[in-house]
Design a protein around this ligand. Structure first.
Ligand SMILES: C[S@@+](CC[C@H](N)C(=O)[O-])C[C@H]1O[C@@H](n2cnc3c(N)ncnc32)[C@H](O)[C@@H]1O
Length: 306
């Protein structure tokens, strides 16, 4: 619920309103030094919880963005926040009231009810399930049905009103699309900044959580992604990628600058992969004929970006 102070305070910067597996909130300080300082448009084809987008929107006022993810429910949720934030918050208040009455029974009733025609109610359902389920996971079975059990630590709040309003503002200049990365990356062109954060290639066959949607993001998808990134770079975009430190990823991006960082993993199938895990940040830019990188577009602010 929104307090009166919240309604009248000056707008805060937005943060993710969902908990998301592989979310980059904890990694921002390590990632930002690799990002271009100015660019034309921000393109993010694996949006997830949007930690990087929201940070970029707070740094660059008036940020123009193309955002997508293959998770249809997720994109519907962003559209709800952008276009109908008040209605969405009212729907979440109703979930909170109902959940306080019957607890787990209500959670499982909402989880089972898959056909929700009203897009705002669908968005509220996603936020409610995300905040109430185990570990904030969004996992679906082969039929695309959300199947995560209720969590043990129940949420204090389903949303922060000021944050929903700030997220709504940040999303106003964004084009949102549910779909495969290929289509979004094909739109990236000269002067654009693309942040690419796909499901990571597993460090061992069982070490990674990759089933964000019904499809698995395996070797073939990683290779196709590397081709799409290289094409965007040839058209003049700058891409920064996150992925696992594995031979396949080092090989696929061997032509670009590869940096090692460490992350703190929260979600993993294998206990040994918990804690600090090495991963890669790859910076992909067009090179000049002599093999030197071309000057970046960060020499001066681009139109529409401060
Ligand atoms: C590592 S998460 C992104 C996390 C995000 N950077 C954040 O901070 O929350 C990967 C995302 O890729 C999406 N995804 C999986 N396969 C995809 C595909 N083929 N095309 C586009 N998105 C895909 C998943 O739905 C998931 O949201």
């Amino acid at each position: 619920m929104r307090s009166e102070t919240e309604l009248f305070e000056s707008p805060p910067v937005a943060e993710p309103f969902l908990k998301w597996a592989g979310g980059k909130g904890q990694m921002l300080a390590q990632l930002e030094p690799f990002f271009p300082k100015a660019f034309k448009r921000y393109v993010e084809p694996f949006l997830g919880g949007g930690a990087v987008f929201f940070r970029q929107a707070s740094v660059h006022s008036g940020l123009q963005a193309i955002l997508s993810d293959s998770n249809v429910e997720l994109i519907n949720c962003y559209e709800g926040v952008r276009d109908r934030p008040d209605e969405l918050m009212r729907a979440l208040d109703l979930h909170a009231v109902n959940f306080s009455k019957t607890g787990a029974a209500y959670y499982y009733a909402v989880r089972t009810k898959r056909i929700v025609p009203n897009p705002v109610e669908r968005a509220a359902r996603m936020i409610f399930l995300n905040k109430t389920c185990f570990n904030g996971l969004w996992r679906v079975n082969s039929r695309g049905e959300f199947n995560v059990p209720i969590g043990s630590a129940l949420p204090k709040e389903y949303y922060v009103g000021r944050n929903i309003m700030a997220a709504s503002r940040a999303l106003r200049r964004a084009t949102l699309k549910a779909g495969d990365f290929e289509e979004t990356l094909s739109q990236a062109t000269d002067g654009d900044f693309v942040y690419v954060d796909p499901p990571y290639f597993p460090r061992s066959p069982t070490s990674s959580f990759t089933a964000y949607t019904a499809e698995i993001f395996g070797r073939t998808a990683q290779a196709k992604l590397a081709v799409c990134v290289a094409e965007a770079v040839l058209r003049g975009a700058t891409a920064v990628l996150s992925n696992s430190d594995t031979p396949l990823i080092r090989e696929l991006y061997g032509d670009f600058d590869i940096h090692e960082v460490t992350s703190r993993r929260a979600i993993n199938a294998v206990g040994t992969d918990r804690g600090r895990v090495p991963e890669l940040v790859i910076v992909a830019k067009k090179k000049s004929k002599r093999g030197r990188k071309l000057p970046s577009t960060s020499d001066g602010p681009a139109p529409g970006v401060s």
